[in-house]
Design a protein around this ligand. Structure first.
Ligand SMILES: C[S@@+](CC[C@H](N)C(=O)[O-])C[C@H]1O[C@@H](n2cnc3c(N)ncnc32)[C@H](O)[C@@H]1O
Length: 291
């Protein structure tokens, strides 16, 4: 135990590394101010187990030393690693499939017609994790118009976690995780990943062309001007406090075209009176104004 640590101050009594409530509070404050994520005391064991791995990797002996590192000027890289360790990256192709049905039936036909006539289509997958959400949108578009990659159509896929973005840009996924991708779309628009012996598929050139991955913290500056036709931000805000959520819903409205579509996660909600959206489907919102 670090010198001077009173056993009563320990947040996790039997841990390999001393971890006090003061350490926990410092980490929670930093994670909140950097990424908007709220860590209540109920998450203490999760914080301990995820960050204990970081302490082992970088060879530190206590959370007190870890807190000094992440708060110091030399701690920039480790702060990023800490945020990555604290985020949940769970995702899958065609997750919450009703959103893709809605796009296919209600939103994309007009947008793709516009693209065929030379117009732009811009879509944002905000908090894209390893890319499955953005590629599911691309596959839905390719299913409607096989020529879509040759038009002025772009899907921005952004996340705070650079490791996830690397995976997304590679676009290679185990076949075992592609069960929800319709066979026909998989056959036409994905290919066997080199050297995988068929156990992994890579997204085809069309999807590599359509989806652009960028690092972006939703709490900081957004360099894009928009407007976007569709924004997906699903299962990201659930970790944020109400005030941060409201700020982000408002900023999305500023970047969406009038009549643009916002899809959010199954356990997220937007309080309509405060924002210029109508609820048009399950967790699907349309920004006020004509399309
Ligand atoms: C659970 S995943 C959701 C992935 C996908 N949207 C879905 O619903 O399947 C949440 C993602 O949000 C990202 N994230 C968390 N805080 C963020 C922030 N402040 N800015 C940008 N991305 C953030 C995480 O890195 C993670 O990849």
């Amino acid at each position: 135990m670090a010198t001077g640590t009173n056993p009563r101050d320990l947040a996790v009594p039997d841990g390999e590394f001393p971890f006090t409530w003061q350490d926990f509070r410092q980490i929670a404050e930093l994670v909140h101010s950097e990424a908007g994520i709220v860590l209540t005391e109920a998450k203490v064991n999760l914080v301990y187990s995820r960050l204990a791995k970081r302490l082992r990797t970088i060879g530190l002996r206590s959370f007190r030393d870890y807190c000094s590192l992440i708060q110091g000027t030399d701690g920039v890289d480790e702060r990023q690693a800490m945020i990555a360790a604290m985020t949940t990256n769970v995702t899958r192709f065609f997750r919450e499939s009703h959103h893709f049905d809605y796009l296919r039936n209600e939103v994309l036909p007009d947008l793709l017609e516009n693209a065929r006539r030379g117009g732009k289509v811009r879509i944002w997958s905000a908090g894209c994790s390893s890319g499955e959400e953005a590629y599911s949108i691309a596959l839905t578009m390719l299913g409607l118009d096989p020529q879509v990659a040759q038009r002025d159509v772009l899907i921005l896929a952004s996340d705070i976690d650079p490791e996830m973005l690397k995976r997304g840009s590679r676009g290679i996924y185990p076949v075992s995780q592609l069960g929800d991708v319709p066979q026909e779309l998989r056959r036409k628009w994905m290919k066997i990943a080199p050297g995988s012996g068929g156990s992994e598929l890579e997204v085809g050139d069309e999807m590599h062309e359509m989806v652009r991955f960028r690092e972006l913290n939703l709490l900081r500056e957004w360099p894009m001007k928009g407007p976007f036709d569709i924004i997906f931000c699903r299962n990201v805000m659930i970790y944020f406090d109400d005030e941060t959520q409201n700020t982000v819903w408002k900023r999305f409205a500023g970047l969406l075209r009038p009549g643009g579509t916002l899809c959010i996660g199954h356990s997220e909600r937007i309080v309509l009176g405060n924002h210029p959206y109508d609820l048009v489907g399950q967790t699907i919102y349309r920004k006020h104004g004509a399309k």
